[in-house]
Design a protein around this ligand. Structure first.
Ligand code: ZN
Length: 153
């Protein structure tokens, strides 16, 4: 178990140090900003959506290793997904990091959830849950903003 925790720690540090999909997305169709005042994390999520398909996701931001690693993992996973799949993953991820009664093994059936599982340890640190979920909330806001823009046209 300690080995596994070390591995998770390594993945978080790796993503925190060299985040994937970091930077402005020139082809973005929407974006949203998120702020976690408890920790000082800020993140901006850029998305390129075509119909119901998330073609691309990138982010910019500053914050702790957890928030950056979470944004990095999230953008990696959500690229190429359907919006409904992304929302489903957010629900699962949210309960993964906040419900300590749940058995961790029930979340490891898919490759995506296995990747997100490295962040499941934050459930023991309530302050950190907001760091881990911040990018997801910003992503949701970007999706909501994007679809609002489409419907008012
Ligand atoms: Zn943080």
């Amino acid at each position: 178990m300690t080995d596994l925790r070390d591995l998770y720690q390594e993945v978080i540090l790796d993503h925190g140090k060299s985040p994937r999909n970091f930077g402005l997305l020139e082809t973005k169709t929407s974006d949203a900003h998120g702020h976690n005042p408890l920790c000082g994390d800020t993140v901006t999520i850029y998305i390129e959506v075509d119909g119901t398909l998330i073609k691309d996701v990138t982010f910019e931001g500053k914050g702790c290793a957890i928030s950056i690693a979470s944004a990095s993992l999230m953008t990696d996973i959500l690229k190429g997904k359907q919006i409904t799949e992304a929302q489903n993953l957010f629900d699962l991820f949210h309960s993964m990091v906040s419900e300590d009664s749940k058995d961790i093994d029930s979340y490891t059936q898919t490759e995506d959830l296995e990747k997100l599982n490295v962040l499941a340890g934050v459930r023991n640190y309530p302050m950190r849950v907001k760091c881990a979920t911040l990018p997801w909330h910003a992503f949701n806001a970007a999706i909501a903003k994007g679809s609002k823009e489409v419907t008012t046209e």
